[in-house]
Write a protein that binds this ligand. Sequence first.
Ligand SMILES: [Zn+2]
Length: 350
Amino acid sequence: MKALPSIQEMERAYKSSDASYDGIFYLAVRSTGVFCRPSCSARKPYPRNVEYYATSREAVFAGYRPCKRCRPMESNGATPDWLEGLLAKIDGDPSARYSDEVLRRNGIEPARARRYFQKTFGMTFQAYCRGRRLGKAFQQIRSGDDLDDVALGYGYNSHSGFRDAFSRTFGSSPGKSRTGDCIITSWIESPLGALIAAATSEGICLLEYSDRRMLDAQVATLRKNFHCAIIPGDNQHLALLKKELEEYFHGNRKSFTVPLISPGTPFQEKVWKELRRIPYGKTVPYEEIARRIGSSEAQRAVGHANGLNRIAIVIPCHRVVNKNGKLGGYGGGLWRKQKLLQLEQGQNLF
Ligand SMILES: [Zn+2]
């Protein structure tokens, strides 16, 4: 997993167009929706408008499109000439279907394109298209009102755009499930990037960073566990979660009261329960968690269950570290783990 340099270092790097940082991080500009290499020659954005990503993939999944000037999706070195046209096409209409036949009609050999995306971007071509679709829909919502999710209810176009992309991506049929029991999902802005939250009528069942690769799989597990459709919206648990998260990110909340629904194997549930016992501001090694649940030889399984935690932050898997004091892993990216631990040490995230 790639960790990001410090914010000051990245700020200095992009302000001076330092090409030695190319590939180390990407900067995304909230006001324009574009992401760049640090060396980009475009006008330098204000730091408060910048988000940083370790990979171009994360920037894409967070809803940003590649800059036309510095072309951050292209690997350094030889770039196939078909790529730029294809990326522009997807960007122009991310909801279109790019079947093999469509690719061929555009003079692109599908197998080669698939290999190229996998090798260069670390994702399949379809995953890229899906990421752009979802990202664009999310961004439509964001452009309405940065923090106020209530805006969702008013902007019909963005709401339907979101639902559309969401159902395309996750295969649910939102309209039909309005009356039945369903999982309601919502978008939450945070100082660590956007989060996707989901809740049933019983409680929160998902809280995950929107750029996380596991998100698709997590949502699939949810649908399997709950046997119901997934639709965008809001309910009382999501409202409470948002309020408590905001307090948490401001350093004004040390524990969460929002009800959680997180079914797993008996072992996973034991691990997750143990995680919730780690006090705010404290860290515990994986070994110790294994010992506490009475299976000290199961450190690796503990690490695995930790990684499968679907409710980030509230089930504080970020408080589990390596024995040597190193951070260990974190599904949302090590820089986020570091920030969360710093926050709990009293540092201001804003
Ligand atoms: Zn650029």
